[in-house]
Design a protein around this ligand. Structure first.
Ligand code: G3I
Length: 312
């Protein structure tokens, strides 16, 4: 059976993947998504620059296509992402007073989360708010509003879409260090303040052979008692790709999937792409390659078996 059915049999909510304009009309990818996966995230089309390119000018065409694709096939949706410093249109970056930025954030979340109210399983309410050294990322949101922007985003999202799970999401939570420490401290402050947060997303953009700390760090996220999700999993291979590295990738996918299966708070896994052909890794890490479960020709890799075996 499909990966999604198998992880559900383990008590989880979904095994998911991404879709967007570049893959929504690819029959092979659609077939794989339909057969294997139970949840989808829009790779780009739900981001701020896609939806609100200028102030108050909301463009939902591409976002709606993805929502409809998912809903008509019974797939859950992860909403990615409401407040993020990247893929943020220039007009937001140039806001420099508290009142205006508060209105801008509130309106964006009300429009986006409100439009899909009741149709989204979980929102990445804030994405990548800390740097790897644990400091606040220098975004317009933090410069103008300080930590309050995070509280504001969660409160607004809860009101706009009351039944959705609300997540903080970040990368490099896969190893011990100041980033995961300060993420956990921030989560604790949010909860102490009564700010509504339901889950922590760990993106998990990993490198083969370098996942030794993943399981212990996932357990630290789970120890908060909040839901945990692996939200953007891929495991890239430093070139040249060879059989030994592909076998290591198979073992690493097995380990990461098992970590979620074995952690009661972990609700599901999203892999950040179906085919290696469309992965963001090619352009961002030109010296790495082949991070996914299907190769450039959409052939299933042995990494798939690593996932599958963790679910049997
Ligand atoms: O849409 C334009 C298109 O009009 C233009 O012709 C083309 C030329 O470069 O660019 C297109 O935009 C690209 C966009 O993807 C859509 O394809 C951007 O250049 C490109 O930078 C953008 O990359 C995305 C990246 O986020 C941006 O930060 C990747 O596809 C997407 O996989 C990646 O996803 C992020 C998560 O959202 C957050 N966590 C990290 C993850 C990987 O970077």
């Amino acid at each position: 059976a499909a990966l999604d059915a198998k992880i559900k049999a383990k008590g989880k909510v979904y095994y998911g993947n991404i879709i967007d304009r570049n893959t929504i009309n690819d029959g092979t990818i659609q077939n794989i998504l339909n057969t294997e996966f139970g949840a989808i995230t829009a790779e780009n089309s739900w981001k701020w620059d896609s939806i609100e390119p200028s102030r108050g000018n909301f463009q939902f065409g591409n976002a709606d296509s993805i929502a409809n694709w998912a809903t008509s096939r019974g797939k859950l949706i992860r909403g990615h992402t409401l407040v993020w410093h990247s893929q943020l249109p220039g007009w937001v970056n140039s806001v420099n007073d508290r009142n205006t930025l508060t209105q801008v954030i509130t309106n964006h979340i009300n429009q986006v989360a409100g439009r899909y109210r009741g149709r989204v399983y979980a929102w990445d309410v804030v994405n990548e708010v800390l740097e790897d050294n644990g400091n606040w990322r220098n975004s317009v949101f933090y410069r103008v509003l300080g930590e309050e922007f995070v509280h504001l985003a969660f409160r607004t999202a809860r009101t706009a879409d009351p039944d959705a799970k609300l997540y903080i999401n970040d990368y490099n939570l896969d190893y011990a260090g100041p980033k995961i420490d300060n993420t956990l401290a921030l989560v604790q402050r949010l909860r102490t303040a009564g700010t509504p947060i339901d889950g922590i997303g760990t993106q998990a953009h990993l490198v083969v052979g370098r996942i030794a700390a993943f399981d212990s760090q996932l357990q630290r996220l789970g120890a908060t008692g909040l839901d945990v999700a692996i939200t953007e999993l891929d495991i890239r291979i430093p070139k040249p790709v060879d059989q030994a590295k592909l076998q290591q990738q198979q073992r690493d996918y097995n380990t990461v999937t098992a970590s979620c299966v074995n952690l009661p708070q972990c609700v599901g896994i999203t892999i950040w792409g179906v085919s290696d052909r469309y992965s963001w890794v090619d352009s961002t890490f030109p010296s790495d390659d082949a991070p996914l479960l299907w190769d450039d020709s959409n052939r299933r890799k042995i990494a798939y078996d690593g996932v599958d075996q963790a679910l049997n």
